[in-house]
Design a protein around this ligand. Structure first.
Ligand code: HEC
Length: 137
C-alpha cells in the first residue's frame, strides 16, 4: 500500500515537471520589439489578427489546449497550462513567445498548419506586445 502511494506520487511529479518544461519561455531578447503605437485595444487591432490565425482552433466545445480565444475575457483566463497573457508584461506572456516561435513544439499557429492559419508577422507580434504591455484592454 505504502509503496503504491509513493510510486503514484513519483509518477505525477514527473508529469508535472514535463508539462511545465514544455511551456518554458524563450529568451525575451529574441522577441520582436513592442510597437510604439499608443492606445492599442483588443477590439480595434488585436481581434482581427487572432480571428485570422488562432480562433478557428481555439473556440467551440473543445478548444485546443483548453484555451478559448473567443472573447477578451476567455483570452485573459488562459488554458490548460495556465495564463497565455500576463497583462502588463508581454515579455512574460507565453502566448507572445509561442507566436514568435520561441517555445519548442508549441509554436502558434502550429508550423504545419500555416498554409491555413498564417504566422503572425513581426509587426503583428509587436502590436500584440504593445497591447499586453498597455494592460490588455
Ligand atoms: C491549427 C490549430 C491551431 C491554431 C490555428 C492555433 N493553435 Fe494554439 N494550440 C493548438 C493546439 C493543438 C494546442 C495544444 C498544444 C499542446 O498542448 O501540446 C494549442 C495551444 C495553445 C496555447 C497554450 C494553451 C494552454 O494553456 O495549454 C496557447 C497560448 C495558444 N495555443 C495560442 C495560440 C495563438 C495565439 C494562436 C494564433 C496566433 C494559435 N494558438 C493558433 C492549435 C492551434
Amino acid at each position: 500500500m505504502k509503496t503504491k502511494l509513493i510510486l503514484s506520487l513519483g509518477i505525477s511529479a514527473a508529469f508535472t515537471t514535463a508539462a511545465l518544461a514544455e511551456l518554458e519561455l524563450g529568451d525575451a531578447a529574441k522577441l520582436p520589439a513592442a510597437a510604439k503605437t499608443a492606445g492599442v485595444t483588443y477590439d480595434k487591432q488585436i481581434k482581427p489578427i487572432f480571428e485570422k490565425s488562432c480562433v478557428k482552433c481555439h473556440s467551440g466545445e473543445k478548444p485546443k489546449g483548453k484555451y478559448s480565444m473567443e472573447s477578451l475575457a476567455a483570452i485573459l483566463k488562459g488554458g490548460k497550462e495556465g495564463k497565455g497573457v500576463v497583462a502588463g508584461n508581454s515579455a512574460k506572456s507565453p502566448l507572445v513567445h509561442m507566436t514568435a516561435d520561441l517555445v519548442k513544439d508549441m509554436e502558434m499557429p502550429p508550423t504545419d498548419k500555416r498554409d491555413k492559419y498564417p504566422a503572425l508577422t513581426k509587426d503583428q507580434i509587436g502590436l500584440v506586445r504593445a497591447w499586453i504591455d498597455q494592460g490588455a484592454k
